[in-house]
Design a protein around this ligand. Structure first.
Ligand SMILES: *Cc1c(COP(=O)(O)O)cnc(C)c1O
Length: 378
């Protein structure tokens, strides 16, 4: 089956009692045993639930992985994935990762004695130099948040494997529709399903997907032991959202492309970061490893922070809000919102200055979106 068909059909047919076309919500904490040691495959919802299984089958299929676990949030997914690393081992992470990832890595290094090095992964030589004998995990996020830097997944997974380390990719920004990290050598793919996969800004969720049995067994054990699994109703919402992933991603991208071009030639805009623009420094790489450029844009306005504030207050359709990937358009100020928890020095070094504005481009009519930013820019 092709991707669009899988998005709709994988994980359904869970209801042998009534043949419901849509997967039911098994809103139960526990399952009755037939006799000692015999169940119908489920005993307790933390360990497994048929609604969640349906979502997990769908996620694994869409990413081209072997096994997926649906967890409570994107941060829960990252938390679980970091448990593949032990005390005394070393993680190399991209320096402009999601703010919550940077915070969690810092907490981990303090609590558990895990070494973390943040590097600019657009420079592969710097990544090679950061490798140590105890490097266990290379943490990749591309395109990055909020600057939309694109890094070479194939080259980075090669560096990880040459050094007996695992390579994990946070694939939240593009979804498996536009980027398939397992085909580029990744061992672990994580998602905040809160974003494009669910796509309707009405649930928080996460996923960890692996492509071999050894990691899969450990992953299942970790999710159950850590108690990170996603609630059945939330899993059902994400599964429902995924059914329209393909048409949504196409619409997000079409709008983002047009909006990026509009901003790029606006006299009050200093700089636009969108991998779909031929002027983007990583445009060729994005074309090679992605099948689309996605729906996220960031840009800098000319002048000082006053102009940023003015713009953020003046939009009518774009709501000032954290998060991304939903059907509605959002505008955000990373330095004080999504990346506020980030170490300020690292933030500056990564280029996330206070003039950067991030857009999650929704699927509204493009004329209305351009009109809104046009009036707000004044
Ligand atoms: C939102 C986000 C996360 C965290 O996900 P939550 O669902 O908010 O916990 C992780 N990585 C990226 C790239 C994100 O955008």
């Amino acid at each position: 089956m092709k991707f669009s068909t899988k998005a709709i059909h994988t994980g359904v047919n869970k209801d042998s009692a009534y043949n419901s076309v849509i997967t039911p919500i098994y809103q139960t904490s526990t399952f009755r045993f037939e006799d000692i040691g015999t169940t119908k495959g489920y005993d307790y919802t933390r360990s497994g639930n048929p609604t969640r299984t349906a979502l997990e089958e769908c996620l694994a299929d869409l990413e081209g992985g072997l096994l997926a676990r649906a967890v409570a949030t994107g941060m829960a997914a990252i938390n679980v994935a970091l448990h593949f690393v032990k005390t005394g081992e070393h993680i190399i992470s991209t320096n402009d990762c999601y703010g919550g990832t940077e915070r969690l890595l810092r907490i981990y290094s303090g609590l558990y004695g895990i070494e973390v090095t943040f590097v600019d992964m657009t420079d592969l030589e710097k990544v090679r130099q950061a490798v140590k004998p105890n490097t266990r995990l290379v943490w990749i996020e591309t395109p990055s948040n909020p600057l939309l830097n694109v890094v070479d997944i194939r080259a980075l997974t090669d560096i990880a494997h040459q050094n007996h380390a695992l390579a994990a990719v946070d694939n939240t920004f593009l979804s498996p529709y536009f980027q398939r990290p397992f085909e580029l050598g990744a061992d672990i793919v994580i998602h905040s399903t809160t974003k494009y996969l669910n796509g309707h800004s009405d649930v928080v969720g996460g996923a960890v997907i692996v492509n071999n049995q050894e990691l899969g067994t450990r992953l299942s054990e970790l999710v159950n032991a850590l108690g990170q699994s996603q609630a059945p109703f939330d899993a059902w919402l994400v599964l429902r959202g995924i059914k329209t992933l393909v048409p949504r991603m196409k619409a997000h991208e079409e709008n983002a492309n047009k909006l990026a071009k509009f901003l790029d030639q606006h006299p009050k805009v200093a700089k636009v970061n969108y991998p779909g623009l031929p002027t983007h420094p990583h445009h060729e790489l994005a074309k090679k490893q992605q099948s689309g450029f996605g729906g996220m844009i960031s840009f800098e306005v000319k002048g000082g922070i006053g102009n940023v504030n003015k713009l953020l207050k003046a939009t009518r359709i774009f709501a000032i809000a954290e998060s991304l990937g939903g059907i509605e358009s959002l505008i955000c100020h990373p330095a004080t919102m999504t990346h506020a928890s980030m170490n300020p020095e690292l933030r500056e070094k990564a280029g996330i200055n206070e003039r950067v504005i991030r857009l999650s481009v929704g699927i509204e009519d493009i004329d209305d979106l351009i009109g809104d930013l046009n009036q707000a820019l004044g």
